[in-house]
Design a protein around this ligand. Structure first.
Ligand SMILES: [Zn+2]
Length: 336
């Protein structure tokens, strides 16, 4: 890997990625229902502050504030024609902050889901989805993003559309799916299936993995389900389990818990480790200290994960059921 991400991985063996953009922007006054990406234009100082907080916490990689800067999502705010510009701005602000640093930092252009369901279940055609992502990708590229970061995806077709867009924009990419329903994505994909799909792709990622989902325990179990494709694995878990209180979703994971999570993620095979919802610079600082201070260990057992991070949200992550499918398929073949 000739890129910055590959360079840092080669030097350090792991990469600290950033935390939750949403959580931090809400703390800065963003109202629920507002599009965070509009702040690239209206509140650039706050976006700089967001990026700066990740840099100061020691992150080697952070995402641009462009998760929803695609025309499908911006349409909800009557800003669908601003997709290219807002994406570009999100990367420009990040590039400027990185320019103030001596060390190498990766600027990853975030691309979240369109929020629409693809045909035949939904209305969005694959071709249109590619175009939606392509405009966003070109904006991120123009603004100076090093790579694209396709995240929180639950549907493989949507992932493929975003990858086609990355290819059209001639950008390298990383991708994470969100495994939130008994170890599967909302559309039923398991960690093993995701690995299998990645292994069959022509335009391979620089790294792939899991983000968001339920809590950090579930996320570590998901990591254990990935196949070894000789690609770096990404872990971006939530800081605790989402709890609804006072009209808001809160995450109760302490910085200490996330420090344990970071080391367990590395032991479970992750090379790029960050947080998702609820993860603040305080969490990231302790995560970095823990990763620097502790030696990598062998893969954790499920019992160890539960002991250190708390209970899992489901008994199975679906991968054991897939293992059962194997012999049955073979039998059928033999009968033919
Ligand atoms: Zn999240």
């Amino acid at each position: 890997m000739e890129n910055t991400l590959g360079h840092i991985l080669h030097e350090k063996g792991w990469i600290l990625a950033d935390g939750a953009i949403g959580t931090q922007l809400f703390n800065m006054g963003l109202q629920s229902g507002d599009a965070p990406e509009l702040w690239n234009d209206l509140q650039p100082e706050k976006i700089r502050k967001l990026y700066r907080s990740s840099i100061d916490a020691g992150c080697d990689l952070f995402l641009t504030n462009s998760f929803g800067s695609n025309s499908c999502r911006l349409k909800l705010h009557n800003k669908e024609r601003e997709d290219f510009r807002l994406s570009k701005l999100s990367a420009e602000l990040g590039r400027e902050e990185i320019g103030k640093e001596k060390r190498k930092i990766v600027l990853a252009g975030s691309m979240g889901p369109t929020g629409e369901i693809l045909q035949p279940l939904g209305a969005l055609s694959f071709k249109d989805a590619v175009e939606v992502f392509h405009i966003q990708a070109e904006g991120l590229k123009e603004g100076g993003a090093d790579i694209l970061w396709i995240e929180t995806i639950s549907h493989l077709d949507e992932l493929r559309a975003a990858i086609d867009a990355a290819k059209l924009a001639e950008m390298e990419w990383c991708g994470t799916m969100s495994f939130d329903t008994s170890g599967r994505t909302m559309m039923g994909i398991t960690s093993k299936e995701f690995s299998k799909n990645i292994s069959e792709m022509d335009y391979k990622p620089l790294a792939y993995g899991a983000n968001c989902g339920v809590g950090p325990s579930d996320l570590i179990r998901t990591l254990l389900g990935f196949e070894d494709l000789r690609l770096p694995i990404i872990a971006k878990g939530n800081a605790g389990i989402p709890k609804y209180a006072d009209g808001k979703i809160r995450y109760d994971g302490t910085p200490e818990l996330m420090a344990s999570y970071a080391c367990l993620a590395r032991d479970a095979g992750a090379k790029i480790i960050g947080g998702c919802c609820g993860t603040t610079p305080e969490h990231l600082t302790l995560m970095r200290q823990a990763l620097e201070g502790q030696k990598p260990m062998t893969k954790p057992s499920i019992d160890e994960i539960i002991e250190k991070l708390g209970p899992l949200s489901s008994n199975s992550d679906g991968t054991d059921l897939e293992n059962m499918k194997g012999p049955r398929r073979l039998k059928r073949k033999r009968r033919l």
